[in-house]
Design a protein. Sequence first.
Lengths: 335, 81
Amino acid sequence: MTGARLTPRRGAEYASILGVGAYRPSRVVTNDEICEHIDSSDAWIRERSGIITRHFAAPDESVVDMAAAASEKALAAAGISADQVDAVIVGTVTHLWQTPSAAAELAYRLGAGAPAAFDISAACAGFSYGLALAQDMIRGGSATCVIVVGVEKLSDIVDPTDRGTAFIFGDGAGAVVVGASETPGIGPVVWGSDGAQTEAIIQDTPWDVLRDDPTHKFPSLRMSGPQVFRWAVYEMAKAAQEALDAAGVSVSDLDAFIPHQANMRITDAMMKKLALPDSVVVARDIAETGNTSAASIPLAMGRMLEEGQIKSGDVALMIGFGAGLVYSAQVVVVP
Amino acid sequence: MADQQEILSGLAEIVNEVAGVPVDSVQLDKAFTDDLDIDSLSMVEVVVAAEEKFSVKIPDDDVKDLRTVGDAVTYIAQAGA
């Protein structure tokens, strides 16, 4: 065997979240407006989901527009200029272009030079998956400064007449800047999938039905609420506990719990299973923002920082979970 | 193997814990949704707690057939047999 030995690259010892940015579209949609299309009520929606309002993007407002707004805020919060960013990761399932990615366009819009850029499809776990990748890219040496965005325009793929999903979802974007740090700011990821439950949350038909039958109804999201609830509460509480164990943190060390904002009832049941002490602040952004899939965790974190519920240096447990089914949990230090 | 009365009282405790329904109200002829006001998500919590308590499996597909407390008691008795 001959040939040169390749030079490996080593990255930073540790990575952390350096800044958070949140963007909610201006139009607020009430439960009463949702009930113009489904047989339900404000009281029923609040009781089943904890949702009071959600935001819908304007028809001409794209996921890249929203992602750019959140990313600019995250860069400002981190004190990082766009030209320092060498990778952009976007978690989304509502960028309705099969190709190219939202990330490449976003990087250009931010003025980030020529960073690595790609989208990931991990539904409501998209942000958490992206955060795990960013940390490993920085520690592995393939990037030094990464923007991770969760962004969704779910109003494009939710059927407003479907009683099982119409009231749940909203639009928005949340972003973080991840960079090297002196101390560990992101714990080991605990992630996985359960492809046996693909049908639990699913686009009802693939895009090619429209090619075969142009009169076909536009594909939309379907969800089996009780099935997702069972998985989310009982399996995800275990994953969250494993993330705590992997980071060497106990619930009494936690300052905040920031689960994907799927449903207030799921959050409440997870809290019970995890036996969180009263001192842990719990993200409840879903009340005003609805379920924004990949965007929900950074949006919730942004709100908690803005409202002073959490502060820099706090320890937070995050867990994303959704269609796939897929999940990803990690403990982070708040920037 | 728990008998019907044991299952009923165990189930009543669970329903009380999950939804705050008084134990005495949980009777065989009561419907979970219409009489006890247990919605589909609370029903999942009841079912999972029952699975743990009685060491049985109650798949999602079977849950929708459990209309009354009596249906659940019968199901658990048979599943545990």
